[in-house]
Design a protein around this ligand. Sequence first.
Ligand code: FE
Ligand code: CA
Length: 505
Amino acid sequence: MLTRRHFLATGAAALAAAPAIVRAQAKWRANPFSLGIASGDPSPDGFVIWTRLAPEPGEAHGGMAIEPMPATWEVAADESFGTIVARGSAVARPELAHSIHVEVTGLQPDRPYFYRFEAGGERSGGGRARTLPTVASAPQRLRFGVAGCQDYQSGYYTAYRHLAGEELAFVFHYGDYIYEYGPDPHPVRKHAGDLLSSLDDYRRRHAQYKADADLQAAHAAHPFFMTFDDHEVRNNWAGDFDDDDQAPPDAFRFRRQAAFQAWYEHMPVRRSSLPNGAAIRMYRTARYGNLARLDFLDTRQFRTNQPCGDGYKVACADVTSPRAHMISSEEEAWLTRNLRTRDARWNVVAQQVMMMSLDRRSPVDPAPSKLLNMDSWAGYEAQRERLLARMRGLKNVVVLTGDEHTNYAGLLHDRGTPAAVEFVGTSISSDGDGQDVPAWGPDFMAHNPQLKFINNQRGYLACDVTPDEWRTNFMVVDRVSTPGGQVSKRATWAVARGQPALRSV
Ligand code: FE
Ligand code: CA
């Protein structure tokens, strides 16, 4: 209460002393690029570049006056910005939290570019992006990153610092970019504000996360394909249903609308992902020449409510209901069409929640029979089986997943036959330091023979893809509870194209 009063008093005083328009012309009180810069959704001829003007990210409107602010941007062929290849102007509008999204086009395929912004006489740092190869090309190699689940309160983003130093074409983010909770009792770093509800709440949380230097370094180094999972909105939300159905759907949609708007404002995504009320178009495709097709799924917005009351449960009848679905019928038709196109050496299904149907029984969670995670694909068995049947004949499908806060490599079976492989990335920070093999690990592996690898440290995946072999490197950090953790390659698992099987390298 004291803090809030203090903030209101100084905020009002500052406004009275220096009207906003004067402030903008007479330079900034603080760096307007405090939330960094980012690029995303690369294509063969361009990408999105993003920033949000916020000289005081913890304050209302990021410390900006409620009026439009002009900005300029430039893209260069070289890191020192000696050869500018594109430039333009943009307006940071208060309606969108003074964020700027520019869809840069007309660039050359498969090469790095550098970008920066300028506003009110202040210049941002430089970022590096990279265009994709043309669809008609036949790349012999692709290296990209996979990351997500970055609970600020659980630890430092040291894994992002290391990811920033990798040579990557892009990063796939599987969601849980923010967590919506209020302050934990004993956090490594404390959330500002309570449980998120309003647009302003979500904006401030995004701003708190974005102010992290390691996260900013990762964004400045690589273009990201952003997706979202549950915590960008609310733990285990499903379609129009709140966590544990606490709010009725018509009320919950307002929270989702606020969360989606803040998500758009803070993500380097295209205008096609601008929310319309409580709806957003997130699922989309990218092609890396003929080497890989990546289909990014939305496994939250269109799903039916989790069956059997959610949580870890023994299957009830609803698990196999033909009406239950994780992705909409439109999204399923789109994915099926893309898988059938057979236009790439590898089909990558880049998504959020575990597709393997695992038995979750443990000494902590005992049960008389198979215990399923109803928030994962295991709770949506009819659609899961339809998709696996479609993947089976292709023998080139790699599913990429997050959410578990544990590294896994495993096999996806269609009626007893391996149909695809699934790599589950751990978390950047969520759940804290962790350990190599958790106490429950050996038992869990024994219950689930489709699992080939488990590790419970924090980190990210680095995938090396060639026309005939896929390698996933599990990169882990030794700690996130204090800064300065060391990174190491914990394991590498390989898949040969044409054979859904896993080999330790
Ligand atoms: Fe998470
Ligand atoms: Ca999640």
